[in-house]
Design a protein around this ligand. Structure first.
Ligand SMILES: [Zn+2]
Length: 411
């Protein structure tokens, strides 16, 4: 069932998140879950299922139903929505990321139901929209009360247990220069009698931006050297310049209105950064360190001292707090014991990418990511290993039973 996130591509043929929710809802209702839908975004339903139980040992299993578009079909050797099976591989957009995880979680619930087990803690099933483009589905699901005591997210992790993830912030820095004729540039860079006779000296915003980039590279290096977190690669806390636009004149969107003429010295440079930080840092700390660095950079420059760069956070409302679930948390321990019960050595590592666990962490709900093995997520010929989906279902079922506890078994 194609369920391409409509923020990437709007086409009713592919945007069928509600029909995926229909399939999951039928299965959940068959297992005795109470279900409800909510709409974090118009026409895009979250689906929440609940088995009643105590708050203290309550758990949500969560997965996103949206997928990224299939992209260039020339790269695919199978139908992107054909679910073709070749050997142990099941192919298709979203097979790995992450319908396999959702399917495994459903099968886990089915197994618990068929065994006649009644869980002590409340079990919630969160099938959410929009993970691939902001996570507004998970934000809404995480805000529901009463909140579960933990969330298990079945994103593909190749069997690794991921209780940690770095945080992510997007930030825009806007630098203002002074435009002028390129033929008078000499007056801005060489002291001379001729230069003295040019009354207005341009300030090139591209060069201001280039200096800022070089300066922030130093901050990035300092962060990489001075800070670390176990389970995360050294230096994963980066400041990546992602978009840089320079030209003349600022339009209402904050971007240059003239981009086409190098005879004008540009007076505007806008740089968007993607910043990753460690699980034990807060976005408030990171924002303050970044702002202080830029302020010191500006204070050391005669022009920028009087024309300080502007800093704007939360571009596109994007904001992912870190995930830092303690090793001793019951959910980490439950998943670890369940992996060990499969005869595997548990691998506990941090997650480099952000997931919906961030939005639960923002609501104070500790999360763990654990899921199947696959490849080519977001690319052509995405696939998941069927054997890993089965193993995920087994581990998730056992983790649920361990974490929620069992009240009584039917005779
Ligand atoms: Zn995913």
């Amino acid at each position: 069932m194609p369920s391409v996130n409509p923020k990437f591509l709007r086409d009713p043929q592919w945007n069928r998140e509600p029909e995926v929710q229909d399939i999951i809802e039928a299965e959940l209702q068959g297992l005795g879950f109470m279900t409800e839908r909510s709409f974090p975004l118009p026409d895009r339903p979250n689906l929440i299922g609940r088995w009643a139980g105590s708050d203290a040992r309550s758990l949500a299993v969560c997965g996103h139903v949206d997928v990224v578009p299939q992209g260039d079909l020339a790269g695919w050797t199978v139908d992107p929505f054909g679910a073709e099976v070749r050997g142990d591989k099941l192919y298709g957009r979203g097979s790995c990321d992450m319908k396999a995880g959702l399917a495994a979680a459903l099968v886990a619930c089915r197994a618990i139901s068929r065994l006649g087990l009644t869980l002590d803690g409340r079990l919630e099933f969160h099938a959410v929209v929009d993970e691939e483009a902001g996570g507004f589905g998970a934000m809404a699901a995480a805000a529901l009360r009463p909140a579960p005591a933990g969330v298990l997210i079945c994103e593909p992790s190749a069997g690794a247990i991921r209780p940690w993830a770095g945080g992510l912030e997007w930030v825009r820095v806007t630098l203002r220069g002074l435009s002028g004729h390129s033929a008078r540039r000499f007056a801005s860079i060489y002291p001379s009698e001729a230069a003295a006779s040019v009354p207005v000296k341009s300030v090139n915003a591209i060069e201001l931006g280039a200096r800022l980039l070089a300066s922030l590279r130093e901050l990035e290096t300092q962060w990489g050297i001075a800070k670390s977190f176990p389970g995360m690669p050294a230096g994963m806390n980066t400041i990546s310049p992602g978009v840089m636009v320079s030209g003349c004149g600022m339009g209402p969107d904050g971007l240059p209105t003239i981009l086409s003429n190098p005879a004008m010295v540009p007076d505007l440079c806008v740089i968007d950064f993607d910043m990753k930080f460690l699980p034990n840092e807060t976005s408030a700390d990171i924002r303050r360190e970044f702002e202080e660095w830029v302020a010191r950079f500006a204070a050391a420059d005669p022009w920028l001292r009087d024309h300080p760069p502007e800093i704007r956070w939360e571009l596109a409302d994007l904001h992912f707090p870190p995930v830092n679930t303690p090793l001793e948390h019951g959910l980490v321990q439950a998943v670890k014991a369940s992996v060990e019960a499969r005869g595997r050595a548990p691998e506990i590592v941090g997650s480099l990418g952000v997931t919906d666990a961030a939005h639960y962490a923002a609501e104070g709900i500790p999360g763990v990511v654990y899921g199947p093995t696959g490849a080519a997520q977001h690319g052509p010929d995405e696939y998941v290993l069927i054997s890993s989906v089965i193993e995920t279902a087994q581990v998730v079922a056992q983790s649920i039973v361990r974490f929620c506890g069992v009240r009584a078994a039917a005779s």
